[in-house]
Ligand binder design. Structure first.
Ligand code: AR6
Length: 180
C-alpha cells in the first residue's frame, strides 16, 4: 500500500525489516540498548557484532524512552540503524502515546539530519512492549504523516509489518486517516 504525501510517500509492506534496502532501518530497542528478541534480535543476528560494539562504545548510558540514537548498520543492506526506544504499554495513561510519537519523530529527524531519503520502521512497541497494535498503528501513521507534510522529507517512509495482522492494522489506520 502506498500513500502519496506531496513529493514523498509512505509505504506499508509485509516482510522482514532486516531485508530492507533503505538508507536507515529503525530498530525496536530497549533503553539499555542491550539487545533482545523480536526486531532487535533479528537485527543484531543479521547485522553482526559490529552493531553492538558501536552501540556500547557510543551510547554507554543507553537511550531514553521516546528517543533514538544512530549507528552503522553492520552487514544489513542499509547505511544506518536508528535504535528507537518505544514505551512499554502500562494501560495508556502513563504518557505512552506521546512517548511512541516522540520515538517515531526522533527517527524521522535523524533521517533528515543524516540525509537519508528512505527509512524503514517496524511496528515499534507493538510486540514485547505490549502496545495495542491498532493504537500503535494509528499513532505511528499519524505521526509520520504530520512530520512528512511539514518537512517534505524523508522521500520514502516504509512500515515493514511482520505478519498479516500487523499489516491489516496499519492499513486500517491509513484508511481512517487519509481522506478519500
Ligand atoms: N521484521 C519486522 N517486524 C518484526 C520482525 C522483523 N524481523 N520481528 C518482529 N517483528 P518487538 P517492541 C514485529 O517485540 O514491542 C526486544 O526484546 C513484531 O511482530 O520487536 O518495541 C527489545 O530488546 C511486532 O509487531 O518490539 C526490547 O526489549 C513488532 O515487530 C523490546 O523487545 C515489534 O515487536 C522492544 O519491544
Amino acid at each position: 500500500m502506498i500513500v502519496k504525501l506531496g513529493p514523498c510517500r509512505m509505504e506499508l509492506v509485509q516482510g522482514d525489516i532486516t531485508q530492507q534496502h533503505v538508507d536507515a532501518i529503525v530498530n525496536a530497542a530497549n533503553s539499555q540498548l542491550a539487545g533482545g528478541g523480536g526486531v532487535d534480535g533479528a537485527i543484531h543476528d543479521a547485522g553482526g557484532p559490529s552493531i553492538m560494539k558501536e552501540t556500547s562504545e557510543k551510547y554507554p548510558e543507553g537511550c531514553a524512552t521516546g528517543n533514538a540514537v544512530a549507528t552503522g548498520a553492520g552487514q544489513l543492506p542499509a547505511k544506518y540503524l536508528f535504535h528507537a526506544v518505544g514505551p512499554i504499554w502500562r494501560g495508556g495513561r502513563q504518557g505512552e502515546a506521546e512517548q511512541l510519537a516522540a520515538a517515531c519523530r526522533a527517527c524521522l529527524k535523524l533521517a533528515v539530519e543524516m540525509k537519508c531519503d528512505t527509512i524503514a520502521f517496524p511496528a515499534l512497541s507493538a510486540g514485547a512492549y505490549g502496545y495495542p497494535l491498532d493504537l500503535a498503528a494509528a499513532n505511528l501513521v499519524k505521526t509520520t504523516m504530520d512530520f512528512v507534510r511539514w518537512h517534505q522529507k524523508p522521500a520514502v517512509v516504509r512500515f515493514v509489518l511482520f505478519d498479516q495482522g500487523a499489516f491489516g492494522a496499519f492499513a486500517r489506520a491509513v484508511e481512517e486517516i487519509v481522506p478519500r
